[in-house]
Ligand binder design. Structure first.
Ligand code: NAD
Length: 284
């Protein structure tokens, strides 16, 4: 059995489904449009934006990019978002993180119209996720991780899921999703003592710390599922947070980096966009 999850195959299946949905929308004269705000020095952000654009182009989705220099103010970005909120041709607004340090991230994210909150980062969408509301928009990486678990038909109910990392954008949302699916959830973070004690207990281990080589030999349970979310650049090469070679003998399934969760994050973004398009046009 192949232990490394074939995320490429999953992404192809998902892309095919999306193509069908977009075809159905075009018959109703609706062309999905995503607006992306980029106000950052971060080089990786530019790569992510390029990847999104490539996927949007291949699916027939419009993507508009708004680049800002480091002299931009929070009010300038709020003005742009206000215009995009009022523009009926725009279905989703994405603010690429991280933003320049001087900008008010919270104010900017909260200014997005909830009907266009494609990343699901607004407080109201976090609340919906906590309450398991049917209106929730699941943050893209968490949604991608759940798709991967569904793809391998992982049995989540009653299993012990350990998440390493508690960020607002990935760690917490994926913890809530696993809890919503009846896992027993443990959340670890930088202040957790004896991390290996917890990770070794995990039936499902999700690692999203951004620390290369954090999970090594003897830190995983035999027969477990390991989802590596980390993206770490070392000497120009990309690595995850898990030392795949040291743990692969013990796991049942594992995702690799690159070519794992990152692939599904972009697909999930487009799934969220299509969901918002359908909602705004009252299409089931
Ligand atoms: P973050 O810095 O906001 O959060 C990191 C979390 O890890 C924190 O909660 C921190 O407490 C915890 N942590 C840090 N060091 C730790 C340690 N030694 N032991 C235990 N916990 C520790 O980062 P983030 O935005 O959640 O991203 C984390 C990683 O995931 C990064 O490498 C990022 O690039 C990657 N990422 C990947 C995708 C994807 O699509 N594959 C998406 C988002 C983030």
């Amino acid at each position: 059995m192949e232990k490394i999850i074939d995320v490429k195959k999953l992404s192809e299946i998902k892309k095919e489904n999306l193509k069908q949905e977009i075809k159905m929308l075009s018959k109703k004269n609706v062309i999905p449009k995503l607006a992306v705000i980029i106000a950052s020095f971060d080089e990786s952000s530019k790569i992510y934006v390029r990847n999104k654009k490539r996927l949007c182009d291949s699916l027939g989705i419009l993507q508009e990019e708004y680049y800002f220099s480091n002299t931009v103010t929070t009010d300038d970005i709020l003005d742009t978002i206000d215009k995009l909120n009022k523009d009926d041709s725009v279905h989703g607004i994405l603010v690429q993180l991280p933003l320049y340090k001087h900008l008010d991230k919270h104010k900017i994210l909260e200014s997005i119209d909830v009907r266009k909150d494609v990343d699901g980062f607004k407080e109201i969408n976090t609340g919906r996720l906590l309450l398991k509301s049917k209106d929730m928009i699941i943050p893209c990486t968490a949604k991608g991780i759940m798709s991967i678990l569904e793809f391998i038909k992982a049995d989540i109910s009653g299993k012990h899921a350990v998440i390493v990392g508690r960020s607002q954008i990935v760690g917490k949302p994926v913890s809530y999703m696993l809890l919503n699916n009846d896992a027993t959830v443990t959340i670890c973070h930088s202040k957790t003592k004896n991390l290996g004690h917890y990770t070794k207990e995990a039936d499902i281990l999700v690692v999203v710390a951004g620390v290369c080589n954090l999970i090594k030999k003897d830190m995983v349970k035999k027969g477990s599922i390991v989802i590596d979310v980390g993206i770490n650049k070392v000497d120009g090469k990309i690595y995850g947070d898990v030392n795949l070679h040291e743990v692969i003998d013990d796991v049942e399934y594992i995702t690799k980096v690159p070519g794992g969760v990152g692939v599904m994050t972009v697909i999930s973004l487009i799934e969220n966009l299509i969901e918002l398009v359908k909602r705004s046009n009252n299409i089931e």
